[in-house]
Design a protein around this ligand. Sequence first.
Ligand code: GRF
Length: 226
Amino acid sequence: MGPHSAPAKENPLQPGLLQTGAPRPGPLRIVVLVSGTGTNLQALLDACADSSYGVQVVAVGADRQGTRAIERAEAVGVPTFVVRVGDFDERPAWDAALAAAVVGYAPDLVVLAGFMKLVGPAFMAAFEGRVVNTHPALSPAFPGMHGPRDALAYGVKVSGCTLFVVDGGIDTGPIIAQAAVPVLDDDDENSLHERIKTVERQLLVDTIGTMARDGWTVTGRKVTIP
Ligand code: GRF
């Protein structure tokens, strides 16, 4: 396993450089946030079983109880936590509690993998430039909760998935990687989403592993993995 590059804060000498790497030993520590089935999480957990992958899932967090994703983490002994919006009077308090829970695991990178909430200012302040999200559409098309449905409704012939650095907007951050799939004439939302998820899991595993082993740089909207 080679060294990976740990993310750094904004470099004042190079405005626009959000994040760059400095080699350090050991696996990249990631916290994965989930809301549902957790097949993307499972793909990461499976990859992490091989130490040469260069990544360690140090915790998995959810915004709701009883998700399959949390069960998947528990099955392999990864610590889990749940921080529910409904347990707080106001959304900012939830956001701060979520940030605090994640900070407790000292991740190098936070991976949103089917996490169906928008993280807020407190979370972004704690992890700016170190949060990535996977979205089931080819950004900048079809942001939001219903990427596959919106792509079908628009009639596109190609869709796919996008891994990006979270910037506080809705699926607007700098793009790390994308993969495309065809949209078939007889697709419904579910069949298209499942086809997307097949390539999405592979893209997530491949890209997070490469970032862990080789580092990455975000300059403005441009993400570079050496
Ligand atoms: C993924 O397609 C993700 O992009 C979207 O929800 C799906 C989550 O799938 N936001 P899973 O829970 O990883 O199976």
